[in-house]
Design a protein around this ligand. Structure first.
Ligand code: MRU
Length: 349
């Protein structure tokens, strides 16, 4: 199944619970915008494209279950749902993009309320279907950059679980594999939530793509060995100048890749590019619960001493000078990014 799907019998949203993978494959059912916002905050669902679609479905839940009798009160309910969803996570721009696509329909519709509710749900389905289509296009462009025999370092999780289906950066790897290229993936475990060791590794196993998990801080060692050909990751927001906000640790990885002349590619749908921000300095960086860092245990015991404090930024910004190319559904964007991003975004597919 897709990462998230609408259940028409119950008018509810069903999603894979990514907190307990790979130990168990379980599903959760959500009934309101509040429940979706909690699920996003709690990482039941995660990854920029996936939370964009989830936010749109959160709006749809609010619409479908609304008891509002007038257009005015319906609009107020939708704005309230938008605010709740927008507060769930700050860095991935797809979240506000998904919410805005629905709000746009609410603002511009003259349909009777029942028709409007149906249109909102349809728009969420369209966002979902488009995501899969876009991911496959990105994968096709990206796979052209992958050579037979490549060893690739991958950071975070960017496979089908981080999207509606197929995935962004891992989608590129999957496409290259399906084209028959022999690829070996070194999977950054991606501390502190271990998305790489848990989710990327699980997905690679299903696709039967050879991989080994490495600790994040081993990436520099492998890059320096000369045995790594490419580095690939996703993004949660890309600024107009090509600076890339992605899962914490990406900056260090890109630095080590640059120092060793290994190309580093970010893979994003154009909905992740935020032209309103001139550079990565303006991207809000979410700081999460320190317990995500402190709670890691070794041989059954918590590693950190009781009372220790921690910092837990969930993302970092990689300056565009360290990025070799940005793979999108409209093609690969190369430097100079400021100019070429604007050009690509204005191009019809
Ligand atoms: O696990 P998250 O939601 O905190 O991390 C987000 C991501 O999955 C990545 O940063 C990812 O590379 C974005 S692109 C699928």
């Amino acid at each position: 199944m897709r990462t998230l799907e609408w259940d028409y019998d119950k008018n509810e949203l069903v999603m894979i619970d990514q907190r307990i993978l790979p130990a168990e494959l379980k599903f959760v059912s959500l009934h309101s915008d509040r429940e979706v916002a909690e699920a996003i905050k709690d990482m039941v669902i995660r990854g920029a494209p996936a939370i964009g679609a989830a936010a749109a479905y959160g709006m749809a839940l609010s619409a479908v279950h609304s008891k509002a009798k007038s257009r005015e009160s319906f609009k107020l309910e939708m704005k309230d749902a938008a605010n709740v969803l927008l507060q769930s996570r700050p860095t991935a721009v797809n979240l506000s993009w998904g919410v805005k696509r629905i709000l746009n329909i609410v603002e511009n519709s003259h349909d009777p309320l029942d028709t409007l509710k149906e249109r909102i749900l349809q728009e969420a389905h369209i966002i979902s279907d488009e995501d899969v289509e876009i991911n496959k296009k990105m994968a096709t462009f990206g796979a052209d950059l992958i050579d037979d025999g490549d060893t690739i370092i991958h950071h975070c999780n960017t496979g089908s679980l981080a999207a509606v289906d197929w995935g962004t950066a891992l989608g590129v790897v999957r496409m290259a594999h399906e084209q028959g290229k022999q690829i070996h993936v070194l999977v950054d475990e991606t501390r502190p939530r271990l998305q790489g060791a848990r989710l990327t590794a699980w997905e690679l196993q299903q696709y039967k793509i050879p991989f080994e998990i490495i600790s994040d801080n081993a990436a520099g060692y492998f890059l320096k060995s000369g045995k790594v050909n490419k580095v690939i990751f996703g993004a949660d927001r890309v600024a107009a100048n090509g600076d890339v906000a992605n899962k914490i640790g990406t900056y260090m990885l890109a630095l080590a890749a640059y120092d060793n002349n290994v190309p580093a590619y970010s893979t994003v749908p154009t909905s992740t590019i935020d032209l309103s921000l001139p550079s990565g300095d303006q991207i809000p960086i979410e700081e999460r619960d320190p317990d995500e860092v402190l709670g890691i245990s070794y041989q059954g015991h918590q590693v950190a001493p009781t009372g220790a404090r921690a910092r837990n930024p969930a993302f970092d910004v990689t300056p565009h000078r360290l990025i070799s190319g940005i793979i999108t559904e409209k093609g690969v964007i190369y430097p100079p990014f400021l100019e070429n991003i604007a050009k690509t975004l204005n191009t019809e597919e």
